[in-house]
Design a protein around this ligand. Structure first.
Ligand code: ATP
Ligand code: MG
Length: 275
């Protein structure tokens, strides 16, 4: 059998030309904030998502993604199958998955989460029980991430690929996650403001698992609402109390871990209060 053109590649010159020879490029994502360029590629009956970088900072992000996937595997995280060098950078190979990104900003276009036909609005219109299952998967994946010692950076609704047919939530783009707590040495971290903790905007602050707890609290808040303005909460009052503690402004007031947050969330869910 000849070597697989994607899974056994070690070093290529120009990614897009290589992929065009290896198979058929059926999608391209060229206009992303990250500076990465990604492709959907069909090779025979298989479909792959190949994410490439040549600029130094984008390449550094992809190296981080390799570390994350080395340390964490979870059914809700799209698995990294291979990585290889490209001239001046790196490329990552993932299986192509059917989910739709709940939010897909590009460098030239953003917003639109409330448009009725947007993936986010369609997600928010699903039955509460289905949303809770999806949220549970996100929490569960972050239990595994916490176990591995990692902290979330740049987690937002662009990382959530939801398969509306299979009713399945998958996480992608964990490229900014770090292998442990760290001190912020810039004015801010990358990310979507509405998900980010206050300390992510303060040079010199500590970014640790409590930052992850905050961001997950915001994920719960924003995904279990019927609208985009945080005015149409669909959960119970006790769930809202859990979220308030998760997303407390002072890290000292938050749950101490994803595990404790998840326990509180799962405890609150059995509440008999009306939804
Ligand atoms: N495994 C996959 N299968 C199919 N589509 C995917 C897969 N992973 C990501 N995508 C799609 O590709 C888009 C871009 O992926 P990703 O978010 O990883 O790129 P990015 O360069 O980091 O973008 P951004 O700058 O917005 O963070 C996603 O919004 C999603 O629609
Ligand atoms: Mg990204």
């Amino acid at each position: 059998m000849s070597p697989h053109p994607l899974l056994s590649a070690e070093s290529v010159d120009v990614l897009e030309s290589y992929l065009g020879e290896a198979g058929t490029v059926f999608r391209a994502f060229r206009d992303q904030d990250s500076g990465c360029v990604s492709f959907g590629v069909a090779v025979g009956a298989e479909r792959w998502f190949v994410k490439g970088a040549t600029a130094p900072s984008a390449t550094a992000s992809l190296r981080r993604a390799v570390d994350v996937h080395d340390a964490v595997r979870h059914r809700a995280i799209v698995p990294l199958r291979h990585h290889f060098r490209v001239r001046g950078g790196l490329a990552l190979v993932y299986p192509w998955v059917e989910g739709e990104a709940l939010y897909h900003p590009t460098a030239s276009r953003r917003g639109g989460r409330s448009a009725l036909d947007s993936p986010m609005a369609r997600f928010r219109a699903l039955p509460v029980s289905e949303i809770l299952r999806a949220l549970d998967e996100i929490l569960d994946a972050h239990l595994a991430i916490e176990q591995a010692g990692f902290v979330a950076v740049d987690l937002y609704d662009g990382c959530f690929l939801y398969d509306f047919e299979a009713r399945r939530m998958l996480l992608c783009d964990l490229d900014e996650y770090r292998s442990g707590p760290f001190t912020l040495e810039a004015d801010r971290l990358p990310g979507s403001r509405r998900f980010m903790a206050p300390e992510e905007f303060v040079r010199g602050s500590t970014i640790d698992i409590r930052t992850t707890v905050y961001v997950l609290g915001r994920v719960l808040r924003l995904l279990l609402d019927a609208g985009d303005e945080e005015q149409e909460w669909r959960g119970s009052p006790s769930q809202l109390t859990v979220i308030e503690q998760a997303a407390a402004a002072d890290p000292a007031d938050r749950f101490t871990s994803v595990k404790v947050l998840t326990q509180a969330w799962r405890g609150a869910r059995t509440s008999t209060l009306p939804r």
